[in-house]
Design a protein around this ligand. Structure first.
Ligand code: NAD
Length: 490
C-alpha cells in the first residue's frame, strides 16, 4: 500500500457506526491501467446491512434534532476536510477508476461543490408554509421533515462525486445514510465517508457497506428501516430496485443511463461543435451518463465534420491516468472493455465503418489494462444497436440527417431521456429543439458538467426523481401538516 491509501488505513474496512469493520471474505480492487490488484475490501452481507441500519437509525434521531444551521455548519466542516485531503482523494479515484488525474481533481472539486451547495443553499431555508385554515383560531402549517435512513447505491464512473451528490442533501435534510458503492470502486466512497468522520460527523450518520449489488444492495433496499432509496446506475439495476422496493412502498429516486444525442445543424459553429463533440464523448473515457453517445450532423456539413472530428479525436493523449498530461485513461474494468468491443464489432458486422480506433491502442504500454482507443464510426444507421443502446465508452457513431424533423425524430427515437445537445447559431432552431426534445436536460451550444444548483434528471427510462438544486433536495424530505387550534373549541 502506498500513501495514496492513507485515508483508508492499512486494510480498507467498511464503516459501520463509526467503526472500521473487516471481514475474512474480501473482494479485490483492481487497477484499470494495469489489471493488477490494488487492495481488497470486505465482502459485505445482509448482517452488515442490519448493523449499519441500526447505527443509522440511532444516529438519525439525534441528527434530526439539530437545526438546519447546525447541520450546515457540520457539513461546512466536511468541506474543510475535503480540501485538506483533496489530492489524496483524487489519487484514490485515479487508482481504482482510471480517469486522468486532471479529471479526478475536477471530481474532487465536485464533491466540495455538492457539500457546499447543500450547506449554503439550505442553511436558512424556509422549511414550510402557513396556509389559510378553514376554521377560525387555527393555524395550518405544512413543514419539511427528514425521511429517516436513506439507502444510497452508487456507480463506479464518478465514485466520489456521486457519493457527495447524495450525502449532501440527504444529511442536510436530517437523514442518516447507509451507502453501498460499486463493487469496482469502493475505495473512493470509503475515503469520502472517512473524511466525513474526520470532520466530526456523528458516528453512524454515514455508513458504508461494501459488496455485491444483489446482496448488500438488495438487503438495503428491502430492509424494514430503510425510508428511501437513491440509486445512480444502470436501467437494469433501476428496474430491479424499483421492483424490490415496491412491497414496502418507500420512495425510490433513480438516476440511470443515457444515450445523449448531439445535434449539429447546418448553421452551427463547426469549430465549437467539433471540439465539444469530442470533449463530451471522450471525457472520463466515455463513461458519463451525459456523454455524447451519438452525433447527428446535417448532411451538408457531414463530411467536413467527420474529417475534423477524426483529426481532433486522434490527437487525444491516451496515457497513464496519473500522468499530468494524460487526456484519457483506460476503461474501468475488463468486463466493460469487452462490452464496448463487442458493440463495436457488432456495429461493423451491420455495416458501420471505423473512421478511427476500434479497440486497444497500439503499443506495449496498452497491452495490460483496459485501454480503448478513441473510436469514430461512420456508415451507421439510426436503428443499429450502437446508436440505440448506451455504449458508455470512447466510441462515437456519427449519423447524417436531412432536415430538422428527421434530426428530432432520430434524437427522440430512444427509451432514454437524460441529456441532449443542440448546436445551431439560429435561436429559433435551437429553441424549437428545446421544445421538441424529450430529455430532462438540454445543452445549447454548450456541454456539461451539470451544475449543482440545476436539476439533473432523466425522462423515460433514464430515471425517476432527479438530483441537485431545490428539486433534488425535495427528494430527501417529506411533509407534515399541523393543524394548530388555539381558539379552545369544545
Ligand atoms: P450498475 O447498475 O451496474 O451498478 C450501480 C450500483 O447498483 C452498484 O453499486 C451496484 O452494485 C448496484 N446494484 C446493481 N444491481 C442491484 C440490485 N439489484 N439491487 C441493489 N443494488 C444493485 O451501474 P454501473 O455500471 O456501476 O454504472 C454505470 C451506469 O450508471 C450507466 O448506465 C450510467 O449511465 C449510469 N449513470 C447514471 C448517472 C445519472 O446521473 N443519470 C450518473 C452516472 C452513471
Amino acid at each position: 500500500m502506498t500513501n495514496t491509501f492513507d485515508l483508508l488505513g492499512e486494510q480498507p474496512g467498511m464503516l459501520i457506526g463509526g467503526e472500521r469493520v473487516t471481514s475474512p471474505s474480501t473482494r479485490p480492487v483492481l487497477d484499470p491501467a494495469s489489471g493488477g490488484e490494488l487492495t481488497a475490501v470486505p465482502e459485505g452481507t445482509a448482517e452488515h446491512v442490519d448493523a449499519a441500519m441500526a447505527a443509522a437509525v440511532a444516529a438519525q434521531r439525534q441528527w434530526a434534532r439539530r437545526s438546519l444551521p447546525e447541520r450546515a455548519d457540520a457539513l461546512t466542516a466536511v468541506i474543510t476536510e475535503i480540501e485538506r485531503h483533496a489530492e489524496q482523494l483524487a489519487r484514490i479515484v485515479v487508482a481504482e477508476q482510471g480517469k486522468t488525474i486532471t479529471e479526478a481533481r475536477g471530481e474532487v472539486e465536485g464533491i466540495r461543490a455538492f457539500f457546499d451547495y447543500a450547506a449554503s443553499a439550505h442553511k436558512y431555508r424556509a422549511v414550510g408554509e402557513v396556509v389559510a385554515a378553514s376554521r377560525p383560531s387555527e393555524m395550518l402549517v405544512t413543514r419539511e421533515e427528514p425521511l429517516g435512513v436513506v439507502a444510497a447505491i452508487t456507480p463506479w464512473n464518478y465514485p466520489a462525486a456521486i457519493v457527495a451528490r447524495k450525502l449532501g442533501p440527504a444529511l442536510m435534510a436530517g437523514n442518516a445514510v447507509v451507502l453501498k458503492p460499486s463493487e469496482e470502486t469502493p475505495l473512493s466512497a470509503l475515503a469520502v465517508a472517512r473524511v466525513c468522520q474526520l470532520a466530526g460527523l456523528p458516528d453512524g450518520l454515514v455508513n458504508v457497506v461494501t459488496g455485491a449489488g444483489r446482496v448488500v444492495g438488495n438487503a438495503l433496499v428491502t430492509h424494514p428501516r430503510t425510508s428511501m432509496v437513491t440509486l445512480t446506475g444502470s436501467v437494469r439495476a433501476g428496474k430491479e430496485i424499483l421492483a424490490a422496493a415496491a412491497p414496502s412502498m418507500i420512495p425510490v429516486s433513480l438516476e440511470l443511463g443515457g444515450k445523449a444525442p448531439f445535434l449539429v445543424f447546418a448553421d452551427a459553429d463547426l469549430d465549437l461543435a467539433v471540439e465539444l463533440a469530442a470533449q463530451a464523448r471522450f471525457v472520463n473515457c466515455g463513461q458519463v451518463c451525459t456523454c455524447n453517445e451519438r452525433t447527428y450532423v446535417h448532411r451538408s456539413r457531414y463530411d467536413e465534420f467527420v474529417a475534423r472530428l477524426v483529426e481532433r479525436s486522434a490527437a487525444i493523449r491516451v496515457a497513464d491516468p496519473s500522468d499530468e498530461s494524460a487526456e484519457m485513461g483506460p476503461k474501468v474494468s475488463a468486463a466493460e472493455w469487452e462490452k464496448v468491443a463487442g458493440m463495436v464489432a457488432r456495429a461493423q458486422d451491420q455495416g458501420a465503418k471505423l473512421a478511427l480506433g476500434g479497440g486497444r491502442p497500439d503499443g506495449e504500454r496498452y497491452r495490460d489494462g483496459n485501454w480503448f482507443a478513441p473510436t469514430v464510426l461512420t456508415d451507421v444507421r439510426n436503428d443499429m444497436e450502437i446508436v440505440q443502446q448506451e455504449v458508455f465508452g470512447p466510441v462515437l457513431p456519427v449519423v447524417p440527417f436531412d432536415d430538422y424533423g428527421q434530426a428530432i425524430e432520430f434524437a427522440n427515437s430512444t427509451t432514454y431521456g437524460l441529456t441532449a445537445y443542440v448546436f445551431s447559431r439560429d435561436m429559433a432552431t435551437a429553441m424549437q429543439a428545446c421544445d421538441d426534445l424529450e430529455f430532462g436536460e438540454v445543452y445549447v451550444n454548450e456541454i456539461g458538467p451539470e451544475q449543482v444548483q440545476g436539476f439533473h434528471h432523466g425522462w423515460k427510462q433514464s430515471g425517476l426523481g432527479g438530483e441537485d438544486g431545490e428539486h433534488g433536495y425535495q427528494r430527501y424530505v417529506q411533509h407534515k401538516t399541523l393543524y394548530l387550534g388555539y381558539g379552545g373549541r369544545a
